[in-house]
Design a protein around this ligand. Structure first.
Ligand code: AMP
Ligand code: MG
Length: 472
């Protein structure tokens, strides 16, 4: 039985300078770690074969019928510095499937070198592959737009970082892999035809109602503003919000050094390479505005009247912080049970978060405890909380069913760093129990975990993860 994927590869029909045709490089001994059957069904994948054949396909050893493998070209600002050419250095787009949930990219990551690899080996090791698999699926279960994970395959080969590590390939699914950097590279090269083609393609795929570059920009801005507020609402820190990791679709993409906060601090960061905290938790709203300004700049050459475009795009960018602020207020007030917040209600949230920061309270557990009626035991200085709690309870008297609102807004569990690290350590030793249990529990993050009892526990002192790594 051979797999059947309803491919229709529209990106491969774009002008040739936007990508390079590239086959995956075969691996020695592929072995299936995980396959997302529910997602496969949504993608219209039929005739799902046995595990050995799945491993062969989703390691890149066997290219499925209808695929048109390619590496995409893009550029980007990395930590604010312009890099004129990046591109898929360790990823290969197999093609686009057109199943029940619509058009989706199917991409192998870790599938060997491409012309954009430069010094890299085009490979990934098991740790980052499992991290992305678990965290991206957890994000989806939390209701946050994200790329998905279709498969993880061990390659049977070592990859060399500082030491030899077991290699793996992840199959990533996205509405598309078009990034801010996809536009930037064409604008920077003065490639009008390429830019126009990419623009029309992106409009068709993501924002078919947009009738001009300005409307397209506004649509991306709205999607990204919503996304970043969703990240903030669960304590998520992306860690590497470079413009090449910023998707036009408004999906979270690139789970490198990302992390969920345990103890709340507004400027928390984990990424080992983010020395100055550019991508710290509380900087994410500013950075997304900066990234959207880079997109706007790249769209200017599409306008007939460039001066007018600059003026209109600038206004769109300037409107973004207030938009984020409004979404943030709505989101965080829902987390404390208030549906239609006033300015005073915003202060109620900031007061609570001030207490949380001061006392290093656990982000997830405080909000969940509120949903259960009282968060006093989450604070070391209970008195300070009680004072806030009294004002809060009084305010909730005029709300309709605030408990339900909070229970739906505040997850019980998130993928905690120390659990992810423990899962990876176990998997490298050949045991995937924790991986499977995490996947099972994180599929329903608004319910109590069934498999891992201590999943709600913050890390103990010696379990704390202080830094995360890109995994490249
Ligand atoms: P990332 O940090 O994953 O967003 O990657 C930034 C750039 O480095 C992209 O162009 C990647 O394709 C490239 N890259 C990352 N890891 C590797 C690798 N192991 N081999 C080749 N290129 C890589
Ligand atoms: Mg990237």
């Amino acid at each position: 039985m051979s797999i059947s994927i309803p491919f229709d590869n529209s990106y491969a029909r774009l002008p040739a300078q936007l990508f390079t045709k590239q086959l995956p490089t075969p691996v020695k001994a592929p072995r299936l770690i995980a396959f997302n059957h529910a997602l496969a069904k949504d993608l219209g994948i039929q005739s799902v074969p046995d595990d050995a054949t799945l491993a062969s396909i989703f390691s890149g050893n066997e290219v499925p019928k209808g695929a048109a493998p390619l590496a995409q070209l893009y550029a980007g600002h990395q930590f604010g510095h312009w890099n004129p050419q990046l591109g898929d250095g360790r990823a290969i787009l197999l093609g686009e499937t057109t199943g029940p949930i619509g058009r989706r990219d199917i991409q192998l990551k870790g599938s060997g070198p491409t012309p954009y690899s430069r010094n890299g080996d085009g490979r990934a090791w098991l740790g980052p592959v499992l991290r992305e698999y678990v965290i991206s699926e957890a994000m989806h279960a939390l209701g946050i737009p994200t790329t998905r994970a279709l498969a993880a395959v061990a390659t049977g080969e070592d990859v060399f970082r500082e030491t030899p590590l077991p290699g793996a390939v992840i199959t990533r699914v996205a509405q598309s892999h078009i990034r801010v950097g996809s536009f930037q590279v064409l604008a920077a090269r003065g490639d009008q035809d390429g830019l126009r083609a990419l623009f029309e393609h992106a409009v068709d795929r993501h924002y078919p109602d947009a009738e001009s570059p300005l409307e397209f920009l506004n649509a991306v801005i709205a999607a990204q503003a919503e996304l970043i507020v969703k990240w903030l609402s669960v304590g998520f820190i992306h860690g590497v919000m470079n413009t090449d990791n910023c998707a036009i679709s408004g999906e979270t993409i690139d789970y490198g050094p990302c992390a969920f906060m345990d103890s709340f601090h507004p400027m928390q960061k984990f990424s080992s390479i983010d020395r100055n905290g550019r991508y710290a938790y509380g900087n994410q709203p500013d950075i997304i505005v900066w990234n959207m300004a880079q997109l706007a700049t790249s769209l200017v050459p599409l306008a007939d009247d460039r001066d007018a475009a600059v003026e209109a795009f600038t206004a769109a960018i300037h409107a973004m912080p207030a938009m984020i602020q409004r979404l943030w207020r709505e989101s965080f007030n829902r987390k404390i049970g208030i549906k239609d917040p006033t300015a005073e209600d915003e202060a109620l949230v900031t007061n609570l978060m001030g207490l949380m920061a001061k006392q290093g309270a656990d982000f997830t557990n405080v909000f969940r405890a509120l949903a259960d009626g009282d968060a006093g035991d989450q604070f070391t200085d209970r008195e300070a909380y009680d004072d806030w709690g009294k004002r809060w309870k009084l305010r909730l008297e005029t709300e309709d069913n605030p408990d339900k609102l909070m229970q739906n807004s505040n997850p019980v569990i998130i993928p905690r760093n120390h659990q992810i690290e423990a899962m990876i350590t176990q998997a490298v030793a050949g045991d995937f129990t924790l991986f499977e249990n995490l996947m099972a529990d994180l599929a329903t993050p608004f319910s109590q975990p069934q498999k891992i009892a201590n999943l709600t526990h913050p890390p103990s002192e010696d379990q704390q993860v202080k830094a995360t790594f890109c995994g490249t």
